[in-house]
Design a binder for this molecule. Structure first.
Ligand code: NAG
Ligand code: NAG
Length: 390
């Protein structure tokens, strides 16, 4: 996510969007056939952006503002070497894997990885809206070409490799992939807002298209479970995007910059509210599935408000950066570059590199989702239901 860079001096302007968890078959009946009470799920398939990416991106392929993810001090806290995660250590998805007693999810693009317990399709810089939309509207600065569409096509390839092909004749192979699987749709869409920032495309348009993309994505995955191929192979879901009328850029940009900076929180709030309503429709459409909504936005606000309790001393200053001052952040000397340095105690910081969070913050967020009240329905109740039915 790059949005913060554009809103100086407050560099930690973050769009905080929803995390969605999907359990496609009924968790209770599914559990009855599982032998391991400590493995409520056999596998996890994750999608999202840099907040979820466990290594599909490297220094030379990631967003240009954060080009050093393959260097230390990325990874220094937990792994003690860079793993191409945008943090000093584990991400929310890593803590979730640990809660489920599963190995850390390997990145899809690692051909040698053991993918028997799941795959991570998330890519840093990824958008919800299909890439061609940004190209068409001249929003190609600092942008990775992968979108949720790309991740879906990777999932398709993965399914094909497992024999879950485009045919009703192979439900067994599909069942093998989806049975007792958790689909984790990490935060996605923040980059869409960031990339469109300063362009002539209205925020409302981005909102609509981003939410449509996520909804279409969920629908595709929901349908895939029924033995059909994940849709969206040939036709991008947001194929018919309007070419937005170009208005005078410079004045528009200034105006938008003020507005966007001020209303980032409101924007995430609205986005999440709309998405939540869509999820309710989706629950009706797929009554066999359990859909958990993880409230990233309010979890984040709660941690910030109770920072001391979590051991945080720096709410906004960047741990790994350059230049000191209030934020210790300099775009041209980003974390991992030769001139940037890491703070001594990352666990006292919320912000790792200017946009991404420290392991300590990701743990606090994971705790809010897993143990706290920020998942609806509560994640724990889901797990205990699976346990008791076993
Ligand atoms: C994009 O840029 C090209 C070349 O500068 C211009 O012709 C075109 O009108 C622009 N399109 C939009 C949607 O702004
Ligand atoms: C949830 O709570 C348990 C028990 O207090 C703790 O061991 C675990 O680390 C917590 N999970 C997360 C993700 O923080």
């Amino acid at each position: 996510m790059v949005i913060s860079l554009l809103c100086s001096p407050r560099i930690t302007l973050m769009i905080k969007l929803t995390i969605i968890l999907l359990i496609l078959s009924s968790p209770i009946s599914a559990y009855a056939t599982t032998n391991h009470p400590h493995h409520p799920f056999k596998s996890v398939y994750a999608f999202g952006d840099s907040y979820t990416d466990t290594g599909n991106t490297r220094s030379n392929t990631g967003p240009s503002g954060f080009m050093f993810v393959s260097n230390l001090p990325y990874g220094a806290t937990f792994f003690h070497h860079p793993t191409n995660r945008y943090s000093d250590g584990r991400l929310v998805i890593d803590f979730v894997a640990q809660v489920l007693s599963l190995p850390f999810l390997p990145p899809y693009l690692d051909p040698k990885a053991d993918k028997s317990s799941g795959v991570n399709f998330a890519v840093a810089g990824s958008t919800a809206i299909v890439h061609s939309f940004f190209v068409k509207n001249n929003m190609t600065i600092n942008i990775t070409p992968q979108s949720l569409q790309t991740q879906l096509s990777w999932f398709n390839k993965f399914l094909e490799g497992k024999g879950c092909k485009d045919s009703y004749a192979t439900p067994r192979e599909c069942e093998a992939v989806f049975h007792d699987a958790l689909i984790w749709v990490g935060e996605i869409g923040a980059n869409d807002y960031a990339y469109s920032f300063g362009s002539s495309v209205p925020t409302k348009t981005i909102q609509k298209l981003a939410i449509n993309s996520v909804t279409a994505f969920l629908q595709c995955v929901g349908i895939a479970e029924k033995g059909r191929k994940v849709c969206g192979r040939s036709r991008p879901t947001t194929n018919r995007v309007p070419n937005v009328v170009h208005v005078s850029r410079s004045s528009y940009r200034r105006q938008r910059q003020r507005r966007v900076c001020r209303s980032a929180n409101k924007q995430s709030d609205t986005h999440n509210t709309i998405l939540k309503a869509k999820l309710n429709l989706f629950r009706k459409q797929f009554p066999q599935s359990v859909i958990v909504y993880a409230d990233y936005y309010n979890a984040y606000l709660t941690v910030i408000k109770n920072a001391k309790k979590y051991g945080f001393k720096e709410l906004y200053k960047v741990c790994c950066g350059y230049g000191g001052g209030t934020y210790n952040f300099n775009y041209f000397n980003a974390c991992g570059s030769p001139s940037a340095t890491s703070c001594a105690n990352p666990s006292q910081y919320i912000n790792w590199d200017g946009v991404h969070l420290t392991e300590a913050m990701y743990k606090a967020m994971a705790d809010a989702f897993v143990n706290g009240t920020y998942s609806q329905p509560p994640f724990r109740s889901l797990l205990s239901k699976k346990h008791s039915s076993g």
